[in-house]
Design a protein around this ligand. Structure first.
Ligand code: GTP
Length: 405
């Protein structure tokens, strides 16, 4: 356990701070209809500021709700974390204005902390993906406990859009991690219940910021290894881990090649008892598979390691590899640019999702869509022509016309 602590060299003076501006503008984009990103930073939402009184009429102004929540969050009031996450997930308009204000406060606070720490962000964001049954929650429970015992504060968040449809696996579900749930140095948040992957991903991105504001220095983001959620998580974290079970065939247990190309560390789970030998074989398979893949980074080659959450073997070594990765990213000034790039990706994802919704719900477009799709299906019109017609109709009805641009 001492090893876990002493090898955690995060404060390097080698790194220069490089991407504050990009982070600031992109992470705030809470609503794609906001006209300019700086508006959020420099103006309080109109609905809140309109009732502002002068000192003469109201000498003791009540503390604004977002300000109060922020103060409680950074003072590490435990209840404030859930309140803040609920606020940033809210779809209520007035609450969204408060959420913007809260996130702006947290981001400013985190920027300050990053600057004070020579440009190194105060948290390490680690994504965990893997097929159902790979042993993710058991690993998080054992690994998370080791980290908290070594003095870290660990937040566990989840990206699982399937849970909102099927009521099925609730990642981050407290019953799956009983010890970590009771641990005061840990915080576990089940998957948000809002619908689409885009919505869930957006909530998770904001929840990461809240947890960082609350002082969690390790943020574990768990996802199911199905659908698109595993790709989404890759763009939310500093490092991506793939957990694979020791059983399976020659096809790398059906794990998509695409995700293997994105991972930074592969952990073959359940390396204990009778599963020790299959686990070693799977490790060899993945090591060979990685050698055949195109090298993604000049500074880091993904590793494959064996772990057992039951016997707790390999956990310290896995943490050492994670710390090494982070230290390398910091040393070569790659961590903040990686985050900036991710924030930009998500800003455009949210804008795209919102604009698609506006387009589909437009009164001149929505009713036309089934007919247009049928025409395209039957080959009466090309897909390009159909898109041109619909977009032309949409553009004609928007308040901004080509002449205004
Ligand atoms: N022998 C052994 N079994 C393990 C280990 N880790 C997990 N398991 C078992 O593997 C099964 C699945 O573990 P989970 O942690 O629930 O796996 P998961 O990836 O979170 O699965 P989902 O909840 O379906 O996504 C359980 O029966 C665990 O007891 C391990 O290190 N060794």
């Amino acid at each position: 356990m001492a090893a876990l602590q002493t090898r955690f060299f995060w404060t390097s003076s080698l790194v220069k701070h490089s991407s504050r501006t990009t982070q600031r503008t992109s992470l705030h984009c809470r609503n794609s209809l906001v006209p300019h990103s700086s508006w959020i930073l420099h103006n309080r939402p109109l609905c809140l500021s309109s009732g502002h009184k002068t000192q003469e009429t109201q000498p003791q102004e009540a503390e604004r709700p977002a300000k109060k929540l922020f103060r409680e969050l950074v003072s590490e009031h435990r209840a404030a974390i859930a309140q803040c996450i609920t606020l940033v997930e809210s779809t209520h308009r007035a609450k969204q204005a408060q959420a913007r204000e809260l996130l702006a406060e947290i981001l400013a606070y985190l920027r300050k902390k990053t600057t004070e720490n020579h440009g190194i962000p105060p948290s390490f964001r680690i994504g965990l993906t893997g097929p159902p049954g790979a042993g993710k929650s058991t690993f998080i429970e054992a690994f998370g406990k080791q980290l908290t015992e070594a003095g870290h504060k660990v937040a566990v968040l989840a990206v699982d859009p399937s849970s909102s449809y099927s009521g099925g696996s609730l990642l981050g579900d407290k019953t799956r991690m009983p010890e970590l749930t009771r641990d005061m140095r840990a915080y576990i948040r089940a998957s948000p219940t809002s619908g689409s992957l885009g919505g869930v991903a957006r909530n998770t991105n904001d929840a990461i910021v809240v947890c960082e504001g609350a002082g969690f220095d390790i943020i574990l983001v768990e996802t199911v290894g199905v659908g698109q959620s595993e790709y989404a998580v890759a763009d939310m974290v500093d490092m991506l881990l793939l957990l694979v079970p020791p059983a399976g065939g020659d096809e790398l247990q059906g794990i998509k090649r695409g995700i293997v190309e994105k991972v930074d560390l592969i952990l073959v789970t359940k390396a204990d008892g009778e599963l020790k030998i299959p686990s070693r074989r799977v490790k060899t398979e993945y090591t060979s598979a990685l050698k055949l893949m195109r090298k993604r980074s000049a500074v880091w080659s993904p590793k494959v390691m064996q772990v057992s959450a039951v016997t707790k073997t390999g956990l310290t070594e896995a943490w050492d590899a994670m710390s090494e990765y982070r230290n390398i990213m910091v040393k070569y000034d790659l961590l903040l640019p990686k985050r900036s790039k991710q924030h930009r990706i998500w800003m455009w994802n949210h804008i795209r999702d919102n604009i698609m919704d506006i387009f589909r719900c437009h009164p001149d477009i929505g009713p036309e869509l089934p007919r247009m799709e049928a025409e395209v299906d039957q080959g009466r019109i090309t897909s390009g022509m159909a898109a041109d017609i619909l977009l032309g109709r949409f553009r004609a009805r928007m308040s901004w016309h080509d002449n205004d641009l």
